[in-house]
Write a protein that binds this ligand. Sequence first.
Ligand code: GLP
Length: 235
Amino acid sequence: MEIVITDHPEQVVADIISAEIAAGATTLGLATGSSPVDTYKELVRRHKEEGLSFAGINAVMLDEYVGLPPDHPESYARFIREHFSDHVDIGEVYPPDGMAEDAQAAADAYDELIKEVGPVDVQILGIGSNGHIGFNEPSSSLSSRTRIKTLTAKTREDNARFFDSIDEVPRHVITQGLGTICDAKHAVLVATGEGKADAIAAAVEGPLSASCPGSILQWHPNATIVVDEAAASKL
Ligand code: GLP
């Protein structure tokens, strides 16, 4: 696990992705949440101003809310379009189907799709304040595959800021499992701010344990943790 402490996490993550593309990456793993937003902004800037091309690259996503259609303002499919894919020359971005009648069947199909489209060359990750990655809440199996998860009260509270009220935050999601995430060849987690300091300390220096799903990255052969001083303050 490599730890990079920097004033400009978005530059470091964009550098890593640019280098992976230059080295022949064909599949990206995209994350949602506020943590990677500046990275997407920087990648879009490099595309428009410096000719960084995503041609020939496809992408998969980490997760999606169950019950939100892809055009819902808070759906992760829409988030990725608005922050990234609508602004660059990337090929297909495949979101999990949060509207499927049989959500578990959709989750199984998504795990298969990742294997077909992948392997993911570089997976962008954020981390929840309780240590979750994707939507793998604490106690998630370390070898889990893509499946339905029920959100914890803490995660629904954290994500309520994006909705009109907490009642509108979906209770269920489809998320890549920790095993699925670890199939990516390079995992790059970005975290900023003091609110992430405990989660980063647990993920980086705590035991490898399902109580902090982010700690699975200690086991991954090629994981990079990119943090600002505040997120690194408890290391
Ligand atoms: C959500 C997403 C995660 C993300 C986490 C942190 O629950 N499913 O992928 O890492 O929130 O979000 P933020 O970056 O907004 O703090």
